[in-house]
Ligand binder design. Structure first.
Ligand code: HEC
Length: 158
């Protein structure tokens, strides 16, 4: 009994010590009508970092599909999706997190990529090679990048 308790305590404190411990895995997300209330990391998002992810081609590349007046100096604003000005007024933080994690939970058949999803793809290709994907699937954005982007979107008020 005592040994079990000690082992448990050691396990717990080891877990709490690791920064990763609070990160919610892509396969463990709890959706409620498309929204995700719980932070993916427990660490508040950084809006400035979020703006970088939104602009960067190699990361979110949101501007390929969305126009954002606040980022007017970033080239290549697309019009596939709606303009994101005022997104922080239209949506709650939980709704925005849900849209980012898996847009298809909010918009049926959305063209918007699911940025924090590693399972349930119908047929996953190996980027542009025409071959099947091999090995583990990494989400397009990390849990903290999702939180940063949510924080940035919350600053977009009308
Ligand atoms: C391939 C194009 C594409 C990309 C890339 C994309 N989106 Fe979208 N997004 C859409 C479309 C299309 C919609 C409209 C919903 C639908 O699918 O009907 C949408 C909807 C949204 C909405 C809700 C719009 C509203 O009414 O306010 C938000 C917020 C959003 N996207 C944020 C993002 C962010 C942040 C990124 C980058 C991390 C991103 N999107 C990347 C296509 C895209």
């Amino acid at each position: 009994m005592k040994r079990t308790t000690i082992a448990l305590c050691t396990l717990l404190s080891a877990g709490l010590g690791a920064a990763q411990a609070e990160t919610v895995a892509p396969t463990a997300i709890a959706f409620e009508e498309g929204a995700v209330a719980q932070s993916l990391t427990g660490v508040a998002g950084n809006a400035e970092e979020g703006a970088k992810v939104v602009s960067a081609k190699s990361q979110g590349n949101c501007v390929a599909c969305h126009e954002i007046t606040d980022l007017a100096d970033v080239p290549f604003h697309g019009e596939v999706g709606p303009m994101l000005d005022g997104a922080g007024d239209r949506w709650s933080e939980a709704e925005l997190r849900g849209i980012l994690v898996d847009a298809k939970m909010t918009f049926d058949e959305s063209m918007m990529p699911s940025f924090y999803k590693t399972e349930g793809f119908i047929r996953l290709g190996k980027a542009y090679t025409g071959k099947a994907h091999e090995g583990d699937v990494e989400p397009l954005l990390s849990a903290q990048q999702i939180e940063d982007v949510v924080a940035y979107l919350m600053t977009l008020k009308d």
